[in-house]
Design a protein around this ligand. Structure first.
Ligand code: PGA
Length: 246
């Protein structure tokens, strides 16, 4: 399975109506070839609505979840498993987003277990890493530790999203040379952790918009984009896609 290159992460936003309107705009403005490069991740409660519209409009975009809960022998009130996500049409799941790490205290051990649950449930994984502070000399050490959660997994169903926290929702993006350095570091580190000559795809996320998306995507080291705020409005998301794929 190939990963779509542009991910819309709606976080805790939207409504049934908003999903309908967004997907209609998407259907009207984006051609089927470019649609195939998009992954839509609405809140879990709206996955079924999204799946229905995607099917009814015969759209080519993929559906993903923003999180999953681990498979466990114990009852887990309120939890959502990989097989449930699969059941409502998800092919992908985001794991390790910085907001999950900080607001929900998700640590490396838990994230590793989530990746296992996702892969066993036949979901492909977008695994997020990123440092907290700008120009911090410990950034690479932190990311190295975050990547440890993937030790011994293999490539085909995992992509990495590099999202420095200082760039998320701030309007600030890293320079091209900084991104090249960090993405190359992540790719090299994964080869070391996995002891394999696998080339992982590394996406970038943080303050992407219609003005900077194309330049970011044109960087050699950037294999895809994870878009938060600018994905909520269908016209700004359409602009991002059309600038990249027209
Ligand atoms: P942003 O969010 O595009 O609003 O900065 C990105 C993300 O958190 O995935």
């Amino acid at each position: 399975m190939s990963h779509p290159k542009v991910i819309a992460n709606w976080k805790m936003n939207g409504s049934k109506e908003a999903i309908q309107i967004w997907l209609e705009g998407f259907a009207n403005e984006i051609n089927p070839t470019a649609q195939k490069e998009c992954l839509f991740c609405p809140p879990v409660i709206y996955l079924e609505t999204a799946k229905t519209v995607i099917r009814d409009k015969d759209l080519n975009l993929s559906l993903g979840a923003q999180n999953l809960d681990i498979d466990s022998l114990h009852s887990q009130t309120g939890a959502v498993s990989a097989s449930m996500l699969k059941d409502v049409g998800c092919e992908f799941v985001i794991i390790g987003h910085s907001e999950r790490r900080t607001l929900f205290n998700e640590d490396n051990l838990l994230l590793r277990t989530k990746v296992i649950s996702a892969l066993e449930g036949n979901l492909a994984v977008v695994f997020c890493v990123g440092e907290t502070e700008k120009e911090d000399s410990t950034s690479k050490d932190l990311i190295r530790k975050q990547l440890e959660a993937l030790r011994d997994f293999c490539k085909p169903k995992i992509v990495i999203a590099y999202e420095p926290l200082w760039a998320i929702g701030t309007g600030e993006i890293p320079s091209g040379s900084y991104l090249n350095d960090m993405h190359s570091f992540i790719k090299d580190e994964l080869k070391y952790i996995l002891d394999k000559e696998q080339d992982f795809s590394v996406y970038y996320g943080g303050s992407i918009n219609a003005e900077n998306a194309n330049d970011l995507m044109n960087l050699d080291c950037v294999d895809g984009l994870l878009v938060g705020g600018a994905s909520l409005d269908s016209s700004s998301f359409v602009q991002i896609i059309n600038k990249i794929y027209s």
